[in-house]
Design a protein around this ligand. Sequence first.
Ligand code: SF4
Length: 349
Amino acid sequence: MKFNEITLCLDMYGCPNRCKHCWLGVTSNGNMPVSELTDIAEQFRPFTDSLQIYDWYREPDYRDNYRELFELCSRLSDKPIKHFELVSFWRLVRDEEYVKWLSSLGLKTAQLTLFGDEEATDFYVGRKGAYKEILRSVDILIENKITPRIQTFVNKNNIDGLSHIEELIERHDLYNRCKSFGGEFSFFLHQGSCDGENEKLYDVRLTPEDMAKIPPSLEACTLRHFGKNNIAEVFGQTEQSLYNELVTDNSTADIVNGSPVFYIDKDFNVYPNITAPAAHWCLGNLKEQSAEDVLRTYLENKSSAQHTRMTVPICDIVRVCGDKDSLRLFGRGDYIDFMLNKFCRGRTL
Ligand code: SF4
């Protein structure tokens, strides 16, 4: 059994935030020993010539020894790992060495998330003070010639707050300040996939009539970011239209690929990186099963969700779990994952 590449992401320390859109779900923070990185890497190494390992899949650089962890992950990986454009705003405002370290790695852009004004952002991040920390982080990044990219997760309850973000971008002169060091400020908005915590916002997902509420300047930035021509392509189809398409589709699917990414939670449960880590996706537990057992479960589509997707036609899943009258908007792939998760949970009740 050999894979082209295996990427392992461990949720070693969790996250300081409790975002209401978090597709990874909100679980308690862990405290895995650093030695687990080496142990787990060695367990998976025989099954690929290209192993990548990361110490996080929720908040990057959350622990004080973030530099040591990054270097260790780089050493354990078959090629040096890159720092993604995701950063910890929690750390940016608490540790002045952090931004210097990000710069030293050559990071040019860092993504931050706003949900509207202070009240909305603190509410959706799940932590009082988050909005002020994010704004301070924007300044810290710009002072260090790293371009902030701001995203907003939008739903029926916060869409009216988009004008606040439009004003904020203007007031803080973000385009010109980034241009002054050769950066290009960018912004985009979207709904996020309907899984993890975000599934709880299903009732307030946007419908086509909401598109007119998006300020034109933010719409233009979003289209530029996604390389799309109209906003409908960003927000997808109505559930009704997806339901009508899928209810006549009797296909099943094999989600296995030759370069998988696995999430390993603080309790050593392993999940494929498809949708929210949940019991029906679990491939095994590394304290009870070997890496080989876990990989075989993955390859043979034996997790409950994989088995369901392989054996139950999507039309049957949608017929049980979909709402043929709903005008909520979804991307097609996200909708299928949402239906599959709902179906699997229903089966295990
Ligand atoms: S979305 Fe990111 S920052 Fe928010 S709770 Fe999830 S992992 Fe943490």
